[in-house]
Design a binder for this molecule. Structure first.
Ligand SMILES: Nc1ncnc2c1ncn2[C@@H]1O[C@H](COP(=O)(O)OP(=O)(O)OP(=O)(O)O)[C@@H](O)[C@H]1O
Ligand SMILES: O=P(O)(O)OC[C@H]1O[C@H](OP(=O)(O)OP(=O)(O)O)[C@H](O)[C@@H]1O
Ligand SMILES: O=C(O)c1cccnc1
Length: 489
């Protein structure tokens, strides 16, 4: 650790280039120009049909405490050589702009803004890295967790991943994301304290190893922990673990609540079926079978297809590390900037790939819910002054393959963005984490199953209004003409 400087703020939790750009804007007196940035990803993770947004609580924390401390300034001066004048300016920076965002637990799709920052240019630029860091991780984990929970269905899923997480923050915020997406409990006690997530757990092999005797270990454990789940695979699951658990439970009778056994190795389908028979035969029909061991949505689905008698799933590594996809690729793009004359103008980023061309303008996003069947018809992005609810018959068309279109009547246009900060002030009250989890459940009901299956789901429509689409085409044309004039063609 660099003992010279206190690690007392998150303002430097940014890429160097953000500070260098802020310096350029400041030097050119552009830093206070109004700028609008949007945060979105282009491609859904895990080949899933939707993502689950998580990260807003941490963004709120970050913005509330946003300032460069004395030690930040000293470091920037001594180690990186920024000028005193620029540092004087940095010292005064607070977030003074507006943030609109989706609620945590919102289902989100490619190419739609999860969050918008409308702020002085330098402020928007300086928060980009932290915002992406937060949203990319938490949304990725929430989405993976939603897939796993969907495979488990109504059964309980416990999050066991802290030991395999990419360090402390990932464990804590990752388990929170997993809970929002539908996990039922976590083994991380700090997450329970910090967020109010239910905590739960069994015991490890070390308990049995410490007593070097399964019977003694279960007995001692149960006397102290009356709601007990015994880990039965330390020596031999069917010959020793399950019979010993049954023996102890019978002996202690009503003194304990024999909640379950946990299987953590071997063929979980076979072992769970055999263990179920043994428990039932002994009269423990209510005792649950918990399984763990590198589980994910695929193993859970396979085990269920094999008729495994598993009631509770303990999932660690694969959820907390988003094992099969290490990153979500959300980006933070400038969509509007004030020009020399004070007018707010659109900016566009061109790409040879039509899906990657940014959509300029200040926009709103609506989820179009068909009131006849209570299912979502898709998301609909408009320019700021439009209100699709006023339309009797809404035309929705694919933004790239425009011939794919439909008309929707009898619908609710639900706006997905909410004011979070206005003029730098927090105006949003976070729902409870339980409300966020319920919000995911309610929103999933709006989606047809075709968008929810874990393999090759249908593409959910994210459409542009005609006005928004026309504006995009106009901007593209203007950029092309400018470029052609410059190149003399
Ligand atoms: N019936 C089954 N069908 C599909 N996958 C299963 C089945 N039973 C177990 N699995 C999974 O297969 C993998 C087995 O991994 P592995 O071979 O490392 O475990 P193990 O040898 O049983 O136990 P240990 O963790 O002690 O090494 C785990 O991911 C487990 O969840
Ligand atoms: O498998 P995961 O989904 O990551 O779930 C967490 C794992 O953590 C524990 O194992 P432990 O760390 O004791 O080591 P093990 O893999 O040898 O069981 C537990 O027994 C699970 O197997
Ligand atoms: O409580 C458990 O069974 C547990 C907790 C963390 C990791 N693996 C299992």
């Amino acid at each position: 650790m660099n003992q010279k400087y206190m690690d007392d703020s998150f303002a430097l939790h940014t890429d160097l280039y953000q500070i260098n750009m802020a310096e350029t804007y400041w030097e050119d007196n552009m830093h206070n120009r109004r700028a609008v940035f949007e945060l979105y990803f282009r491609k859904l993770p895990f080949g899933n049909g939707f993502a689950v947004f998580a990260g807003l609580e941490k963004i709120i924390e970050f913005i509330k405490g946003y300032r460069f401390t004395e030690s930040d300034i000293e470091y920037l001066r001594n180690a990186l050589g920024y000028s005193d004048e620029f540092l004087e300016y940095l010292k005064t920076i607070r977030f003074t702009g507006k943030i609109r965002a989706m609620k945590e637990g919102e289902l989100v799709f490619g190419n739609e803004a999860i969050l918008q920052v409308d702020a002085p240019l330098a402020e928007g630029q300086l928060v980009e890295t932290a915002f992406l860091n937060i949203v990319n991780y938490q949304t990725l984990i929430a989405t993976k967790a939603a897939r796993i929970k969907r495979a488990a269905g109504e059964q309980t899923v416990m999050e066991f991943g802290t030991r395999r997480a990419h360090e402390f923050d990932a464990a804590i915020w990752g388990t929170r994301a997993a809970y929002i997406a539908g996990f039922d409990a976590t083994s991380n006690v700090r997450a329970g304290k910090k967020f109010g997530i239910p905590v739960a757990g069994t015991h490890a092999h070390s308990l049995v190893q410490a007593y070097r005797d399964e019977y003694k270990a279960f007995h001692k454990y149960a006397r102290r922990h009356k709601d007990c789940t015994f880990l039965v695979d330390t020596y031999d699951t069917l010959k020793s673990g399950v019979p010993t658990a049954i023996k102890v439970a019978k002996e202690l009778g009503k003194d304990i609540n024999f909640k379950g056994i946990r299987l953590d190795s071997g063929d979980l389908a076979y072992l769970s079926k055999e263990a179920r028979k043994m428990l039932d035969k002994a009269g423990f029909k209510e005792t649950k079978i918990v399984a763990s061991n590198d589980l994910d949505e695929y193993t859970i689905s396979h085990l269920k297809a094999q008729g495994a008698k598993i009631d509770v799933w303990g999932v660690g590594t694969k959820v907390i590390t988003a094992f099969d996809q290490p990153a979500l690729g959300a980006v933070f793009k400038l969509v509007k900037i004030e020009d020399d004359s004070g007018e707010l103008i659109d900016t566009v980023k061109i790409s040879a790939n039509p899906e990657k061309v940014s959509t300029p303008g200040l926009k709103k996003i609506y989820r179009i819910i068909n009131l006849t069947n209570q299912r979502s018809e898709g998301d609909y992005i408009t320019l700021e002054d439009e209100n699709p609810q006023e339309e009797e018959k809404l035309k929705m068309f694919h933004p790239v393959h425009t011939f794919i279109s439909k008309f929707v009547t009898n619908f609710e246009a639900r706006e997905l963005h909410h004011d979070i900060f206005v003029d730098g002030e927090l105006v949003y009250e976070l729902p409870t984490i339980q409300e966020m989890q319920q919000y995911v459940k309610d929103n999933l009901k709006l989606l047809w199953d075709e968008y929810k299956r874990d393999m090759n789901p249908e593409e959910y429509p994210v459409d542009l209004s005609q006005k928004c689409w026309d504006n995009k085409m106009k901007q593209l044309q203007e950029v092309k003409e400018k470029l052609a004039a410059k190149l003399g063609r």
